[in-house]
Design a protein around this ligand. Structure first.
Ligand code: GAL
Length: 354
């Protein structure tokens, strides 16, 4: 049986980061016991419970029956031509506490035998997000599918009966006919789901309703955040809902290089979206603390508790890209992201949250 509390676990098996010596956290594991589990944003390699580097870049989370599932790009290969890693697949990790992550294997695997397949290693498979369909009881993964030059610009869909997979790849398409690059999916409280993606060669972000089975766009959509193109156009969408309002954090479009984030709020998912500027404050806020948004996770069982998840890309060695998680702070009508060298979930229990 898996232990839930970090306090009793040996440091060496911990991932995010209960005194793991590999990231120089809270002391040496001399007692064989960790002190307090701590997130160390962007500092060193986060390890899974087997002691291996977590490979879940551009990731997203699903919380299902008491377990968090973290899906992300497995980039554990050499960086090719200074900009990409051959597709390996989409990793899945599970955790009950958000600190210790067990590798569940590749939920979606590359298809090396068929050069024409969307999942051939020579292509691009990024930013996976998984939602659960209560009616069909299927887990549905949406993922950015592209060619190495990012001209194919499609979204792929895969399904599974279990959260850990293996997911069966169904197809890819351009939702509602338009190009689709960085994306996310969002399941609302009423069970309706949406795909949100950069489209029109990065001129706007589309929010598109999904069909009831979550396998296709329904045809209803709206476009937002119009821009002339990179680098000001928006990508890396991360959406969440708090007290009936929707919040969408995006980055600019500068490839692996970091840039300034922007967030917007709306009372309805199709807008109008009010742009509120950069949510990051303090040192390196104009670079999103050297990271790029990927997901905002509501913490189960805690009120007003959301974790901003981002990738600190290492374009020289993409497999070594790091994870930046920070608590979302709610202000009067908005949000704020402040850098913390280390923090833990008790942050959300403090009187001035988080
Ligand atoms: C970024 C995008 C990443 C990846 C990268 C490739 O803009 O957010 O997911 O596609 O470009 O350069």
């Amino acid at each position: 049986m898996r232990m839930i509390h970090c306090l009793v676990l040996p440091c060496l098996v911990l991932s995010v980061i209960c005194g793991s010596p590999s990231i120089g956290a809270s002391g040496e594991p001399s007692s064989g016991k960790s002190e307090v589990c701590t997130f160390l944003p962007g500092q060193g390699t986060w390890l899974d419970t087997d002691g291996h580097a977590i490979q879940a870049h551009g990731g997203g989370m699903l919380y299902h029956e008491g377990i968090y599932y973290w899906y992300g790009e497995n980039k554990d290969g050499p960086t090719l031509n200074g900009n990409r890693v051959d597709v390996i697949g989409i990793s899945c990790y599970s955790s009950r506490d958000l600190y210790r992550w067990k590798f569940e294997g590749l939920a979606l695997k590359a298809v090396p035998d068929d050069p024409k397949h969307d999942l051939h290693p020579s292509r691009v498979c990024e930013r996976p997000k998984v939602i659960f369909n209560d009616k069909t009881r299927k887990f549905v993964m949406w993922v950015h599918i592209d060619d190495a030059k990012y001209q194919y610009a499609r979204t792929g869909v895969a399904v599974s009966d279990t959260p850990v997979g293996p997911f069966r790849y169904v197809e890819s398409f351009r939702p509602n006919g338009g190009e689709s690059r960085d994306m996310t999916v969002f399941k609302d409280d009423d069970g309706k789901a949406y795909v949100i993606f950069g489209t029109g060669w990065h001129t706007h972000v589309q929010i598109a309703d999904l069909t009831d089975d979550y396998l296709k766009p329904s045809g209803v959509y709206t476009n937002h955040f119009q821009r002339p193109g990179p680098p000001t156009s928006r990508e890396a969408p991360a959406i969440f809902k708090h007290q009936g309002r929707y919040y969408l954090i995006t980055s600019g479009t500068t490839g692996w290089a970091c840039n300034e984030a922007m967030y917007a709020v709306a009372d309805s998912i199709h807008g109008p979206w009010v742009e509120k500027g950069n949510p990051c404050v303090g040192k390196n806020a104009d670079k999103t603390f050297f990271a790029q948004s990927t997901f905002v996770l509501p913490v189960a069982g805690k009120k007003d508790a959301f974790i901003f998840m981002a990738d600190r890309w290492n374009s020289e060695n993409l497999r070594d890209s790091q994870y930046v998680w920070l608590p979302v702070r709610f202000t009067d009508g908005g949000i704020r992201l402040e850098w913390l060298d280390s923090w833990d979930l008790s942050q959300f229990d403090k009187p001035t949250k988080p």
